[in-house]
Design a binder for this molecule. Structure first.
Ligand code: CMP
Length: 139
């Protein structure tokens, strides 16, 4: 099944380096429309809850520390086949393995400081969008 919405975060490494504009430009030029967007900072508790699905992974503690270390941009995006097309646009989780021209290849530092998050399924796109945005903020 295809969906027309996905969820993204621009992560603390990218906001710290002033990459927000460059990343949003790539997102818009790839045909995604911004449905909802906010600039905010997660507490450790909020980052832990957002990434609860990774709780048993060895990198969970590092991930939570990192994602609460600075501001992020959260956004719901719309496009045909949004989840899959966005994952193609951002590239592999590990930037050393990301394809040329992808957001992570261009902007990411490392596997944890990897510039952007993208939902991995329709179901998670909805859960993650709802984590950040109320019904009134999702048009
Ligand atoms: P993201 O798409 O936000 O989803 C989960 C995140 O966990 C992922 O991006 C990476 O930033 C992080 N992650 C995945 N694997 C590792 C790893 N081996 N070491 C550190 N962080 C990881």
């Amino acid at each position: 099944m295809t969906t027309n919405r996905t969820f993204t975060m621009i992560k603390p490494d990218a906001t710290a380096k002033n990459y927000i504009g460059g990343i949003l430009k790539m997102i818009n030029e790839a045909g995604f429309r911004i449905i909802s967007m906010k600039y905010t900072k997660l507490t450790k508790e909020q980052a832990g809850a957002f990434y609860a699905v990774h709780k048993e992974r060895p990198f969970y503690g590092e991930l939570v520390e990192y994602m609460s270390s600075g501001p992020i941009v959260a956004a719901i995006l719309e496009k045909d086949n949004a989840v899959a097309d966005f994952r193609t646009l951002i590239g592999a989780t590990d930037p050393t393995k990301a394809a040329e021209g992808t957001i992570r290849k261009i902007y990411a530092e490392s596997i944890s400081a990897n510039a952007v998050h993208g939902s991995d399924s329709d179901e998670n796109a909805e859960i993650e969008g709802n984590f950040f945005f109320s019904a009134l903020e999702r048009f």
